[in-house]
Ligand binder design. Sequence first.
Ligand code: COA
Length: 148
Amino acid sequence: MEPAIKVEKYTLDDLHGIAEIEKECFTRPWSYESFCMEYADKNKFYFVVRDDDGKVIGYGGYAHILDEGHIMNIAVTASHRGKGIARAIVNKMLDSARSNGINAITLEVNETNLPAIALYESVGFQYSGTRKHYYGWGIGARIYWYYF
Ligand SMILES: CC(C)(COP(=O)(O)OP(=O)(O)OC[C@H]1O[C@@H](n2cnc3c(N)ncnc32)[C@H](O)[C@@H]1OP(=O)(O)O)[C@@H](O)C(=O)NCCC(=O)NCCS
């Protein structure tokens, strides 16, 4: 049997690893410095999965704004995809949001990003509309909400 996926709160030591995955996964990645700013913000909650050597292989984070949450990002390094890591991270964010008293959590996802759409729908996020041209001309963002 596969060992359970350990999802933990991030530490300062994880920020370089997170920025590396960000570079690998996104055309307009957030920088290491942006993650330092996120780390300094007490309303941001990020979680990581690390490999046996302590290297970050996946991360996700949300912002707590009044009684709502907003998922900022989630990514898993390509060589570790398809093992349930992202789902474990999303579930951890939902548990954290629930215990922070959040009523509902939202996110935007590029309408062409079928793996991410399938991920969010598989954990119970509900589609609530598309924001047109959000990611550039002709590429909309699907908006999702999860209600506690
Ligand atoms: C989207 C992403 C985070 C998924 O990570 P992952 O760890 O491979 O996902 P999981 O193994 O936890 O998969 C959970 C569910 O997501 C869906 N999913 C994941 N990868 C998929 C793919 N390639 N095609 C279709 N569905 C997929 C499935 O519903 C899957 O459940 P199942 O395995 O029971 O069918 C990963 O592909 C990634 O990092 N992509 C680049 C960054 C990105 O696009 N982030 C999202 C920004 S909104």
